[in-house]
Ligand binder design. Structure first.
Ligand SMILES: [Zn+2]
Length: 446
């Protein structure tokens, strides 16, 4: 490979484009993709006509605001309609080389098709993220993500294309994974934040010292929030003696669409592929960069199934000011899923806020469970935590301290805090932990 391994950039020209030039390229691609979608995807033809908009209306990036939104439901309603790929697809099936599907955890799984070019650009973007966190051809990399249908599976190809030695781990049982870490001494691993945490604990219990027996220097986490919560990241880093990087992906777009750099101040998003808008979660009104709202993405270069103004369901913000690393692509911060947000006493609460508080308490193990319930027609939340082994304080004192810390951070106290002994909560699952239980039967429309 001719790339200079001392360069911090995978593609310096692209990653450091002056903002004006980046937006100029975005506009060219936006014009092209909106026209391509209109000409080839039956859904867009119909919805643009109904909204009275035409591809030629795009003269500036802001003109995208004239176009209608789509969401997960649009995907579900149109897939399989008219053809196997459905009405959002803009290419015939013979041009498609890969499909991933979402987990279906919030309904019918949705399928995301890629042309050969879409797929190659996807992997080039993944190489860029791996390079950004410091992976180089002399690294050994374990891809410990699900390969079945999941869009994050193929991201390992991005690491291979970069030249790293790749171990296609998948979702191995933890004993087997620990064996690989010990025997092959890989330097980089990607897994979920909860699993990175639990695997570390299992390693300790199995008699390993993760800092000495393994050679992990970097841990990539994605999938659930955690990698961007400083206290969680720090807790994982302390167990492994490795640096944790948060990635963000969408099954509808790429395994990773955004990734932290060495400054860990938000996640650089591939703005050459994704036009980011932030909109008010209630009204859909477009907000300014820096303001918090629902993130809306338009894919600028995916031809198999263009997404024009896709409401992601993720609440966050984008910072387009320059990053210290020299990259000019904006940085997103995700606060949580719109579906996970709940309102207590008129305050928007995200489970990630609660997690941040709990992970900062030295008397706790860090495991937690949140219950959201209704009492007297208002939503309340309760938190269950585990007291760390060896803590002398009584449970009531620990509960009162947790309650006060939550009140200070979030603004509303939990209805109760239940303190369990170490290991008393059943939240340590192998790959995905369920930590929020919603016991309300009213479906708040938020
Ligand atoms: Zn940066």
């Amino acid at each position: 490979m001719s790339r200079d391994i001392n360069s911090k950039f995978w593609n310096e020209e692209l990653e450091t484009l002056p903002r004006e030039e980046l937006e100029k390229r975005q506009l060219e691609d936006l014009k092209e993709i909106v026209k391509f979608a209109y000409d080839n995807a039956p859904y867009y033809k119909r919805s643009f006509d109904e909204a009275g908009v035409k591809p030629e209306d795009i003269k500036t990036l802001k003109d995208i605001q004239k176009f209608p939104f789509i969401n997960k439901k649009t995907q579900r309603d149109t897939q399989g309609v008219g053809s196997f790929l459905g009405e959002l697809a803009a290419v015939p099936e013979e041009d498609v080389v890969f499909i991933s599907t979402s987990s279906g955890s919030t309904g019918v799984p949705t399928m995301s098709p890629f042309t050969k070019k879409d797929f190659d650009e996807f992997q080039d973007t993944e190489s860029r993220w791996f390079w950004q966190i410091g992976m180089r051809p002399n690294d050994r990399y374990v891809h410990a993500l699900n390969f079945s249908l999941y869009v994050g599976g193929p991201d390992v190809i991005g690491a291979q294309n970069l030249g790293a030695l790749c171990i296609w781990g998948g979702t191995l049982p933890s004993e087997r994974l620990l064996f690989i870490l010990k025997t092959y001494q890989p330097t980089v691993i990607w897994t979920s934040p909860s699993y990175a945490w639990q695997l570390g604990e299992k390693a300790l219990k199995a008699g390993y010292d993760p800092k000495k027996d393994f050679n992990i220097k970097k841990i990539i986490v994605a999938g659930v929030l955690g990698g961007s919560i400083d206290a969680t990241r720090k807790a994982i880093e302390d167990i492994w003696g490795a640096e944790v990087f948060d990635f963000y992906g969408l099954s509808d777009i790429f395994g990773a669409c955004a990734a932290q750099c060495e400054y860990h101040d938000g996640l650089h998003i591939a703005e050459n592929h994704i036009l980011v808008e932030t909109v008010d979660i209630h009204t859909g009104e477009v907000l300014e960069p820096g303001q918090t709202g629902e993130l809306v993405f338009t894919t600028l270069r995916k031809h198999a199934r263009p997404l024009i103004r896709f409401k992601t369901g993720d609440i966050g913000r984008i910072d387009i000011t320059p990053c210290k690393c020299g990259r000019t692509h904006g940085r997103i911060n995700i606060l949580g899923r719109k579906d996970d947000m709940f309102i207590v006493s008129a305050v928007n609460v995200f489970p990630s806020d609660i997690e941040a508080v709990i992970r900062e308490q030295s008397d706790l193990t860090g495991e937690y469970l949140i219950r959201i319930f209704e009492k007297d027609f208002t939503s309340k939340y309760a938190v269950e935590v585990e007291k760390a082994a060896g803590v002398a304080k009584d449970d009531d004192t620990v509960a009162a301290e947790v309650s006060a810390a939550l009140k200070a951070r979030i603004g509303v106290k939990p209805a109760r805090v239940v303190v369990h002994p170490d290991g008393g909560l059943d939240t340590r699952s192998e790959h995905k932990s369920r930590r929020v239980i919603d016991e309300r039967n009213i479906d708040y429309n938020i």
